[in-house]
Design a protein around this ligand. Structure first.
Ligand code: HEC
Ligand code: HEC
Length: 350
């Protein structure tokens, strides 16, 4: 008996000593980030295998997105961050003039863009877009080596890079990855139209009539190009010449990427989500209001050998809407405004 008791005590002690052995300090792993994916969104995203989204990566990307130190300088004139141009309240577009000859594109649901970024689609990934934006003379105009040196010397960044990527040693590749993660986290899926699709809210009679015009060929005929992802994305993310002009002299249109004469005057079709708050419109910002845009599609379309065949009504100069139909179409476009996206604290300056 005594012997067994003793053995049990020893056993318990042994067990205790095993379980009490100090745990080896593992470098803490970042927490996977759950991208908010509404059920009616396309299932395929552009998240690369070597840049999975993490809570720490998105948070670091957000800080960098808003930090003028991303220009590798501090406190001097002309310093810029992504947020100098991409404003949340305008769907990460920007109203007034920039140094670029091209108008802005909104940063919305870009995790689902798989066809190229920028008006001509010349940039393939969001990671590449960060590099392009930081180094472009008309955007941040910085030198990546300088940026990395600057961030490495900062008191706050090395630790944040360690949390997100496991190393205090900052590389520009990790800067690209973090900001790309943050941009992918910007999901707009809570407009009135989304709630209508989910059966949670009704559209008014005018909004409903506008929706029908949008989706019918003998109505306003918008859906072929702007209805991508089963209306979830409000863009096919493809490139079209929509008949704005009949002469083409922009060297940076889609033909700059494909080399094809047929892509003269073609540009990426922007999402119509939050369109009411992201004026001015078109690649050169030529229209200041949605009324001007609708008038253009109704009676201002210009024919050329390059116009996309989906502009079915070009022979009539446009889709020929009555004033009432124009108002209904505009009412529908306004249901695409997503206030919770525009005010989402997760996307705002940290
Ligand atoms: C000086 C203003 C400016 C700054 C600063 C700027 N951008 Fe942009 N951004 C633009 C303009 C203009 C476009 C449209 C460019 C084009 O296609 O010609 C654009 C386009 C983009 C796009 C493509 C969107 C799409 O739908 O294809 C992304 C992504 C983007 N910017 C991210 C960033 C990030 C990230 C930063 C910071 C690293 C940044 N931008 C800094 C002006 C700016
Ligand atoms: C053939 C394809 C096509 C059709 C059909 C079409 N669009 Fe477009 N839309 C585009 C393209 C391409 C652009 C960008 C053109 C540019 O900037 O040069 C654009 C731009 C826009 C813009 C400006 C977006 C921005 O952020 O600047 C609005 C608004 C718009 N379209 C609304 C509509 C409406 C409303 C209809 C139906 C009446 C419609 N579109 C039909 C291809 C199309």
């Amino acid at each position: 008996m005594k012997f067994f008791k003793a053995m049990t005590v020893i056993g318990v002690l042994l067990l205790a000593s095993v379980s009490c052995r100090p745990v080896q300090e593992e470098p803490s792993q970042p927490t996977p980030y759950e991208l908010a994916k509404p059920s009616y969104f396309p299932s395929r995203t552009n998240i690369p295998e070597d840049n999975p989204m993490t809570e720490e990566g998105v948070e670091l990307g957000r800080k960098l997105f808003y930090d003028a130190r991303l220009s590798g300088r501090d406190g001097t004139d002309g310093i810029r961050s992504c947020s100098s141009c991409h404003h949340q309240e305008h769907s990460f577009e920007y109203g007034s003039a920039t140094n670029t000859h091209h108008a802005m594109l909104p940063l919305i649901n870009l995790a689902w863009n798989r066809t190229g970024l920028g008006w001509n689609g010349g940039v393939t990934t969001l990671e590449d877009m960060v590099l392009a934006a930081v180094t472009s003379p008309v955007e941040i105009n910085a030198d990546t080596t300088q940026v990395v040196k600057y961030l490495q010397r900062a008191t706050d960044y090395p630790e944040l890079f360690e949390k997100a990527f496991g190393s205090r040693h900052i590389t520009f590749v990790n800067v690209e990855k973090a900001i790309a993660q943050f941009v992918r986290s910007m999901v707009s899926a809570d407009s009135k139209f989304d709630r209508y699709l989910l059966g949670e809210e009704d559209l008014t009679e005018d909004e409903m009539a506008g929706y029908e015009l949008f989706c019918t060929e003998d109505g306003a005929d918008c859906f072929h190009c702007h209805g991508g992802g089963g209306l979830a994305l409000m863009t096919t993310n493809l490139f079209y010449n929509n008949g704005l002009d009949d002469e083409f002299n922009d060297p940076e249109d889609r033909s700059a990427v494909t080399g094809s004469h047929w892509d003269r005057g073609a540009y990426k079709v922007p999402t119509l989500r939050n369109i009411a708050v992201s004026a001015p419109y078109m690649h050169d910002g030529r229209f200041a209001t949605l009324d001007e845009v609708i008038d253009f599609y109704s009676e201002g379309v210009k024919d050329s050998e390059n116009i996309n065949p989906l502009m079915h009504h070009v022979m009539d100069g446009g889709v020929q809407l009555t004033p009432r139909e124009k108002a209904q179409l505009k009412a529908f476009l306004k249901t695409l405004t997503d206030d919770s996206f525009l005010n989402n604290p997760d996307y705002s300056r940290p």
